[in-house]
Design a binder for this molecule. Structure first.
Ligand SMILES: [Ca+2]
Length: 240
């Protein structure tokens, strides 16, 4: 009963999800979609999550968002695309460390009937987290097949903490894609990030908006791209 009572103010926020494609830069094919939360009541997702956090409902909102993102992805993706396409989901470190997370998350994925291997969990480092606990939980998720991405690399001090996380994918913050074509500093920074990871880690550059910046990303050997140049966030049917 308490649980139902607690989530009711969140349900009133009328949340839903849009999806943004992630592109393989070597063949321009879509490899997956990042689910992005939207709310009719609070358009800015950061404000939305901050409000939930202030009210002690961050875990409830994050779990509701995860469930709805998976359901929408499954419903809107044609079956064959769902089987080959990857869903990137943003999850807060505090959610990953919550004692009920693992069981509830597995239940959602199984109920929606998505393959664990086709889910990438995007983690950002904005929260202060118990790194030991976070890594322990990440290992558990990896063991059953989920893949892990570090989100917004290079934003704030995220790069420092993120080095402690054993990841499959590194997403470089959109700041570094903006006018990349004209900035040798940004090129050098991206190269240094790429060098700091083992060669089997896939690098995504977020926020690519122009063909010129896309070409530089390709030349730098970045694996995947995301941004308005490939598609604005929207319903999946816009892309398949
Ligand atoms: Ca993200």
């Amino acid at each position: 009963m308490t649980y139902i009572k607690e989530i009711s103010p969140i349900k009133k926020l009328n949340i839903f999800h849009v999806f943004q494609p992630i592109i393989n830069l070597s063949n321009d094919e879509i490899i997956g979609f990042e689910a992005l939360i939207r709310s009719e009541e609070i358009p800015n997702p950061e404000v939305l999550f901050q409000k939930a956090k202030n009210e002690g409902l961050l875990y409830e909102l994050d779990m509701l968002s995860i469930r709805m993102a998976c359901e929408t992805f499954k419903k809107d993706c044609l079956q064959e695309e769902c089987n080959t396409s990857t869903l990137f989901i943003n999850i807060f470190p505090s959610t990953l460390c919550h004692q009920n997370f693992y069981e509830e998350f597995i239940e959602i994925i199984e109920k929606v009937s998505l393959d664990f291997q086709n889910i990438v969990i995007e983690i950002n480092e904005k929260e202060n987290t118990n790194m030991y606990k976070l890594n322990e939980n990440i290992q558990q998720l990896k063991q059953v097949g989920f893949r892990i991405a570090l989100d917004d690399l290079g934003k704030g001090n995220s790069f420092v903490n993120s080095m402690e996380i054993d990841t499959h994918i590194a997403k470089i913050d959109r700041f570094y894609a903006m006018n990349l074509n004209e900035s040798s500093k940004k090129k050098l920074f991206i190269q240094s990030i790429m060098k700091s990871f083992p060669t089997d880690i896939f690098i995504v550059l977020e926020g690519i908006e122009t063909e010129a910046d896309c070409q530089v990303a390709k030349k730098l050997g970045i694996h995947y791209g995301q941004g308005y140049h490939f598609g604005r966030p929207g319903p999946i049917k816009n892309f398949i």
